[in-house]
Design a protein around this ligand. Structure first.
Ligand code: PAF
Length: 283
């Protein structure tokens, strides 16, 4: 695996690959490091389908509301490099702040059709604009054929789809299903902050989502959502931040299963002081 730290060097390197073979495809996985098996599944998917896989590790300050959170963000770079090598990643892009955001860079406000303000965006103002800025910088540098994002950050995938549309990127978005721990908890860098017992118990989140899916034919969507919320709230130490059924494209809330062509249920549950994201696609 090649480790490249400068955007100019990466762009040059990828152009040489593209010039050598016009049919070559480049897969890209943006990350903030602290890689786990969820990230590995994105790398695997790209390695399987592309001659060249680029993974970036960059803890992006513009998507953090709280500086303390940014400082606390884990940076186990040696471990990350090992995982990337084991999974056959071709290039690790490890840029410095000034390379991603040069002095003359002006932070952009993308027209995201309000996707950035609702649900997760409501409690994290500016977060999705920060994500959009960094992802668009990476797309400009790398010009990937495919970009791989995890379904776990469902709202982020909707934002990136919109970004690709408005910036007319020639990149195809690939969404990789959620990777789960043996008990069902969605894999996340945050899971290490749970106690061992909490990590097993937190399976109730996924259980509530699958039960919700099974309840819909009999109870209808609205009633099933409210039952799932009650179930989670009844778990000791758990607090539902949100649990909503939405149109997968617009993220508008829906009440009935026929209200949209594709529907997902998104949730964040606070448990042992950790915000745990999960979702399920209903149709
Ligand atoms: O999902 C993440 O880890 C980040 O939001 C991303 C896409 C790498 C942008 O910083």
């Amino acid at each position: 695996m090649n480790i490249i730290k400068s955007s100019k060097a990466l762009n040059r390197y990828l152009n040489t690959i593209r010039e050598g073979d016009s049919k070559v495809t480049i897969g890209f996985i943006p990350t903030m490091g602290a890689l786990h098996q969820g990230h590995a599944s994105l790398i695997d998917e790209s390695v399987k389908n592309n001659a060249c896989t680029v993974c970036s590790i960059f803890v992006n300050p513009t998507q953090f509301g709280d500086e303390a959170d940014l400082d606390k963000y884990p940076r186990p770079i040696e471990k990350d490099i090992k995982l990337l090598m084991e999974h056959g990643c071709s290039i690790l892009f490890l840029p410095a702040y000034e390379d991603v955001y040069p002095k003359n860079y002006t932070h952009k406000e993308f027209e995201l059709n309000n996707l950035d303000h609702k649900i997760e965006g409501a409690s994290r103002p500016g977060h999705f604009q920060g994500v959009s800025n960094v992802v668009s910088r990476f797309f400009d540098i790398i010009e990937p054929t495919y970009a791989y994002f995890g379904q776990k950050d469902f709202q982020q995938t909707a934002v990136v789809r919109r970004l690709i549309e408005i910036c007319k990127y020639e990149t195809t978005l690939k969404i990789v299903p959620i990777k789960r721990e043996p008990h069902g908890l969605a894999m996340s860098s945050r899971n290490v902050r749970l106690s061992d017992k909490g990590r097993k118990n937190a399976a109730f989140i996924y259980k509530s989502l699958t039960q919700l899916r099974d309840d819909v034919p009999e109870l209808g969507l609205k009633e099933s959502v409210s039952k799932a919320k009650q179930f989670i709230s009844a778990q000791k130490g758990a607090r539902v931040d949100y649990l909503v059924a939405v149109d997968s494209k617009t993220l508008e809330e829906v009440d009935q299963i026929d209200d949209a062509e594709s529907i997902a249920v998104l949730t964040v549950v606070e448990y042992e002081g950790v915000r745990l994201l999960d979702n399920i696609i209903l149709k």
